[in-house]
Design a protein around this ligand. Structure first.
Ligand SMILES: NC(=O)c1ccc[n+]([C@@H]2O[C@H](COP(=O)([O-])OP(=O)(O)OC[C@H]3O[C@@H](n4cnc5c(N)ncnc54)[C@H](O)[C@@H]3O)[C@@H](O)[C@H]2O)c1
Ligand SMILES: [Zn+2]
Length: 366
């Protein structure tokens, strides 16, 4: 039974705890039931996660939660699934005291979170993230969303959870590419905010690659702390502080759009984007060869593919510009000036962006 939260996240209307412990999945149910009070528990999960961890989680519940099983994958963040879930909640006569448990990766967290934000004008939600990406990123910060066919995450809400329960031991069943996708976001956090974590990653690549649990606990906790600090300063993405979390994402999102979502995991596209951003920062004299080399080497040692795609650079640049036009602005890059620190750079010469992509797609990073 977790007694002490690993971390408390503050937001405009209160705060919530993050519990972090290996083996927590087997005990979280009892704890969550105490929180739920008289409200009914609804567990929303996907079929992969339910097969692996459904029994272990439900065994720890004394009540009989409603379990809603969703097909795995990004396509489930849809209006169809959203309305299917809401219909089920109504059929079960679930009222405003309902407590939704999002048991799964970022897809389940976003979908179940959005249902919670909107069902009966809002019911409580608890995040139980089961992928590395969701444990270090999406379960903290209160963003929830579903997709329309023409745009990702375009319908959503800020909706803070009551608590987050993280069990790093469940990561052992992740496909290797899902694990390294999450790791890319860990490296991103280190580059933008924490030199010490970057050095820790450099000195413990073997432990990270072997999924050593104390090492993972330390890294996940630190990422949650850092993300919490950033979102506490900019809960609704208004001050611009939250933008630094997009390091590597300007190039990365363009790769996902041009080559097709799902061609490679999100984190891998971000890693390629981080490498391109580092090359761009070097062209602007913000960092030197050593920075580019260090970041690339760490990504490679963690088995994260970071070499930029060698072709379609024109299309990638057009996509970056189109995305920004939609946001009524110009392309803004988050660029490093040293390990642990980034700055926002507007109006970059397009010639340099093309050159950075060229350099980032070369075989040798420096
Ligand atoms: N809300 C936010 O702030 C935020 C931030 C980043 C990303 N996201 C969203 O997160 C989503 C991606 O999340 P994701 O990468 O976790 O993908 P995901 O939820 O699709 O999970 C990836 C795969 O892993 C499986 N899986 C989950 N846990 C497992 C486990 N422990 N063992 C074995 N398999 C497991 C899932 O069934 C799925 O097939 C995207 O939709 C993205 O938009 C949201
Ligand atoms: Zn990301």
């Amino acid at each position: 039974m977790p007694v002490k939260p690993g971390l408390v996240v503050k937001h405009a209307n209160g705060h919530y705890p993050i519990f972090l412990e290996s083996g927590l999945c087997e005990r979280a149910g009892t704890h969550i039931e105490v929180l739920s009070g008289a409200g009914r528990l609804v567990v929303i999960s996907d079929s992969n996660v339910l097969k692996l961890y459904g029994e272990c989680f439900l065994k720890s519940c004394e009540s009989d939660p409603v379990v809603l099983e969703i097909a795995p994958g990004e396509t489930s963040k849809s209006l169809e699934q959203y309305s299917r879930i809401c219909n089920r909640l109504i059929d079960e006569s679930l009222g405003r005291r309902t407590l939704i448990v999002a048991l799964g990766g970022g897809v389940i967290g976003d979908l179940a979170g959005f249902v919670a934000a909107t069902y009966l004008r809002g019911v409580r939600v608890i995040q139980v993230p089961t992928t590395l990406l969701s444990q270090v990123d999406s379960s903290v910060g209160g963003k929830t969303a579903i997709n329309l066919p023409q745009a990702k995450n375009c319908i959503g809400a800020f909706w803070q959870p009551q608590a987050v329960y993280i069990d790093p031991a469940v990561l052992k069943t992740l496909e290797p590419k899902e694990y390294t996708s999450g790791l890319a976001e860990v490296v991103k956090m280190a580059v933008i905010l924490d030199e010490e974590m970057f050095e820790f990653l450099e000195s413990s690549t073997e432990a990270v690659n072997e999924q050593d649990l104390p090492t993972l606990e330390r890294l996940i906790l630190r990422c949650c702390q850092l993300k919490a600090e950033v979102v506490e300063e900019d809960e609704r993405e208004t001050s611009g502080r939250r933008v630094i979390l997009n390091y590597g994402h300007t190039f990365g999102h363009a790769i996902e759009t041009v080559f097709g979502l799902g061609t490679c995991p999100h984190g891998h596209a971000v890693a390629m984007g981080m490498h391109a951003a580092a090359c761009l920062a070097r062209l602007l004299d913000l960092v030197d060869d050593d920075f580019v080399d260090r970041q690339f080497r760490l990504l490679s040692n963690l088995n994260i593919p970071a070499r930029f795609p060698p072709d379609r650079h024109e299309e990638l640049w057009e996509t970056m510009q189109r995305d920004k036009k939609a946001a009524a602005g110009q392309v803004r890059f988050v660029l490093p000036d040293r390990i642990g620190h980034v700055e926002l750079v507007d109006s970059v010469d397009p010639g340099l962006v093309m050159q950075a992509m060229q350099q980032a797609s070369a075989e040798c990073p420096v």
